[in-house]
Design a protein around this ligand. Structure first.
Ligand code: ADE
Length: 226
C-alpha cells in the first residue's frame, strides 16, 4: 500500500514514521509512505503557501494551487487514483473500522491542514473524505495524519509479528481487550487469575470473553449500546 502525506512539516512526519514498527514496515517495504512538502509546489520565489481570506476573518488560509499541484503529481505516479483525505476537526471521527477500510485500498493521500484552513475550492475539487481524530483542535493536521498512518499501516499484511494478533485487541470486534498478565505469577501480592494457569483452553477463552464484556461495560458502555 502507498500512503502520501502533504504537509508543511515533512521532517516532523519523517521522524515519527522512521521509528518503531512503522519504521520497520517501511524498511521491509511492506508499506510505501512518502511525505511531501507543500512548499515545494509553489511557483513564487517566496514559496508562499498561505494568504488572507476573502471577506476578512481571522488568520491565513492554505492556497489551493500548490496543494493541487502536489495532488496531481502524486496521482500521476499511481495506476489508480488514491483516496484523497483531508485531516480536519470538522471531519468524521476516525475509528478502527475506518482504519480497516483504508487498509484495503491501494493508496491514500492525506492533506494536513494548517493555519485557519484551506481554500474551500481545493476541498471541493479533490477531497473524498474528511477525517478528524477527535473533538478537539490541534495546531495542524500532522499528528492526526500520523495517527491514521499508524493505525492503517499496522493492519497491513506482515507488519505485526503474527497476522492474527490484532483480532484479540481493543476495538477489533467492537469490545475492549481483556486484561493480560505475564510472569511472575505473584507480583506485590497480586496473583494472576487462576483460570489463566489452569491449562483449560475452553475456560480460558470463556474468561477472556467475559472480561472483555466486563471491561467494555465499565470503561466504554457506549460501545455496548452500538
Ligand atoms: N487538525 C486540527 N485538529 C484536528 C483534529 N482533531 N483531527 C484532525 N485534524 C485536525
Amino acid at each position: 500500500m502507498r500512503i502520501d502525506i502533504l504537509t508543511l512539516f515533512p521532517e516532523m512526519c519523517e521522524r515519527v514514521l522512521d521509528e518503531s514498527m512503522i519504521g520497520q514496515a517501511r524498511k521491509r517495504e511492506l508499506v510505501d509512505i512518502r511525505c511531501h512538502n507543500i512548499r515545494d509546489y509553489t511557483d513564487d520565489k517566496h514559496r508562499r503557501v498561505d494568504d488572507y481570506p476573502y471577506g476578512g476573518g481571522q488568520g491565513m488560509l492554505l492556497k489551493a494551487e500548490p496543494i493541487a499541484r502536489c495532488f496531481d503529481a502524486i496521482a500521476r505516479q499511481q495506476e489508480q487514483r488514491p483516496l484523497f483525505i483531508y485531516m480536519s476537526p470538522q471531519g468524521e471521527v476516525f475509528r478502527q473500522s475506518i482504519a480497516c477500510e483504508l487498509s484495503q485500498m491501494p493508496g491514500i493521500c492525506i492533506l494536513c491542514g494548517h493555519y485557519e484552513g484551506v481554500d474551500q475550492r481545493l476541498l471541493d475539487e479533490y477531497i473524498d473524505r474528511q477525517l478528524s481524530i477527535g473533538d478537539y483542535v490541534l495546531t495542524g493536521g500532522e499528528l492526526a495524519a500520523l495517527t491514521i498512518t499508524d493505525a492503517v499501516t499496522r493492519l497491513l499484511p506482515g507488519v505485526l509479528s503474527e497476522d492474527k494478533s490484532f483480532e484479540d485487541e481493543s476495538h477489533y470486534n467492537g469490545l475492549l481487550e481483556y486484561p493480560q498478565y505475564t510472569r511472575p505469577a505473584v507480583w506485590r501480592g497480586r496473583e494472576v487469575p487462576e483460570v489463566l494457569t489452569s491449562g483449560h483452553q475452553g475456560k480460558i477463552e470463556q474468561w477472556k470473553r467475559e472480561q472483555s464484556l466486563e471491561v467494555t461495560r465499565r470503561l466504554r458502555p457506549d460501545m455496548l449500546d452500538k
